[in-house]
Each structure stands twice: as structure tokens, then as C-alpha cells.
Design a protein around this ligand. Sequence first.
Ligand code: PLP
Length: 338
Amino acid sequence: MLPIDSMPPRIVMANTPTPLQRMERLSRQTGVEIFFKRDDYTGSELSGNKIRKLEFLMADARAKGADTVLSCGGAQSNHCRAVALAAVRAGISSLLLLRTGDPGHPPAAEGNILLDALAGAEIVWITPDQYRERDRIFAREADRLKDRGRNPYIISEGGSTALGAWGYVCAMAELVENLKRIDGGEVKPTTVICATGSGGTLAGLALGARLFDFPMQVAGVNVCDDRDYFLKIIDGICEEFDRTWPMQKASGPPAYEIVDGYVGRGYALSRPEELAAIRDLARLEGVVLDPVYTGKAYFGMLAELAKDRKRFGERIVFIHTGGLFGLFPIAEQFAELI
Ligand SMILES: Cc1ncc(COP(=O)(O)O)c(C=O)c1O
């Protein structure tokens, strides 16, 4: 069903299709049929949503003759870890701009940072203020690489570009197949929910949902910034997608919802009730979420369902976008909960 002719080249690196699992106890508890799409199973080192986008971005980097990819994120960025490891697989070096309060004293090499280092990524620590001006720092680092005779390729935050969005257009095609198998043909109305951090996953899901004639809604729970910020970012990605691959432009912009109100203490900062939700799900279903993205989105989903059981209709597919390595550096915050 995917317009394969329009699909840009990709390097297959993710373990797909990922399974769609019914959460029996959670469904009973909430009164809504809830499935998890296990995108945390896309790989072990490469676990999570980012590798779906990177399959396309790395192919583009290679096609352009790049020998070094540059990207950026928070200190414990899952995206940067996936970039570092996917780059190795694509035979390319990597340089990561990682955000931290005091670049003179960077955080310990644990969780994703340890994996970045194992993969041989060059890490440049930058402050939150510098991060806001990251385009300038990307340009500076790219120039530095060019001076050394290298050919850099910049992957913007989260790989959230029109090209990267193809990863979740493909994931939506996969999900439709998952659901057809469960429903035996006619797919029941379904709301797909994901965590939203830089917008590319939700943009891809919305673009994918528009392609298929199924009763599918998509919603993202933002884990930073706010609804207005993400409407701008995601509309921008979708517009660029339609300009570049105008296969569905005539049907209008894709539909999606931002579920705002669950950023809590801020990006990558957890509240005890969010961590308790992670613990409770581990004990209920044997599924472990991460504190920065999926844990917050899941907490938000449950809070919305507590207000209105029918908020997302009768069936939800929650995309488990990975992030497990981010759990271990905050182990001590669970001390009173376990
Ligand atoms: C585990 C995890 N889930 C969700 C997201 C959010 O995806 P996106 O950046 O495409 O909004 C990210 C990355 O930001 C992530 O690392």
C-alpha cells in the first residue's frame, strides 16, 4: 500500500516489523483496549524510534559521500546514541553535540553516554545557551571537519525532518498490517499515541495515517515545550514532506493531536508519580518504559483516561519508542518506590 516509487533509499538496520502486543491487564484496568507497538524492539543497541528515521538519513548521508555525521541532543540522548551506533554500521564516523549545564564537568559516562563512547563518537559538550544556537555550532564543527579534509553531514535534532519522517510513514504501514491481522480485515477505530520530543515520529505517523483508508487518529504527548511549539514544528515537517513527495498533497494536511499538560517538572526531569507509573506497568505487564519520553507519555495517557475513559475511543495503540538506557542513570530516584 505504500507508494514504494516515491520512497527514498534506506539502509535497513531496524528489526522490523515490530510486534503489536495486547496489554490484557492494563486493558481490563482502564476499560479500553490497549496495545503496545514494541518499537523498543527495533534493536538492542539501536533500540527505539530513532533507527527508523536514521535508516533514511544514513542512506542520504552515504549517497552524498559523507564520512562523518553530526547530530545533537541532551546528554542522555537516545537519538545521539542511535546515530553513533548506526553510523558505525554505515561505515561513517560521528560527532555529537551534547547539552549539559557545565561542559567543563560533563556527566559520567553511563547510560547512553557510555554507548556513545563505546561507538567511538566524538563528543562536544555544549551549554543549554549554546544548544539554542546549535546551527552556528554545527557550522563551526562542520568547517573544522572540512579543514581536516572530511565530508560532514548534519542530522538535525531527533532526526526530525521530512526525510526522517519516512521512518514513521513506514511504521504506520506496518501497524496497519499488524491490526489487519488482529481484526481479520476491517480495522476497528484506533488512536495511536506516542511521546513527542522533537516531532518527527508524530509527523511520520500522521503522514502515514493519511495514506491509509482506515479509521486511525494520531496523538502525541509532548515531553517538553508546548502544543503551539509542536504544531509549528510538525506542520513544518509535513509541509516539507508534501513539497518533496507530493503524493497525497491534495488530501490536505495530515491530522494529529498534541496532548499537552504532561511536561511536569521539565524535559528529562521526573515527578514521583511518573516514576510510580513506570514501576506499576513493569509489575502489571512486564513492560519497562523510560523516564524521559515513554514514561511521561504513558502517564499522560493514563491521566487523560482517568478523566474520560472514552477520551481516545475504544482502542489505543501506544508506541513504545524505547529509551531504556535512560532509566539506569536515574536509578536512585526510584529508591523510595521499589
Ligand atoms: C525513547 C524516545 N521516545 C520518543 C521520542 C520522541 O520522538 P520525536 O523526537 O520523534 O518526537 C524520543 C526522542 O526524542 C525518544 O528517544
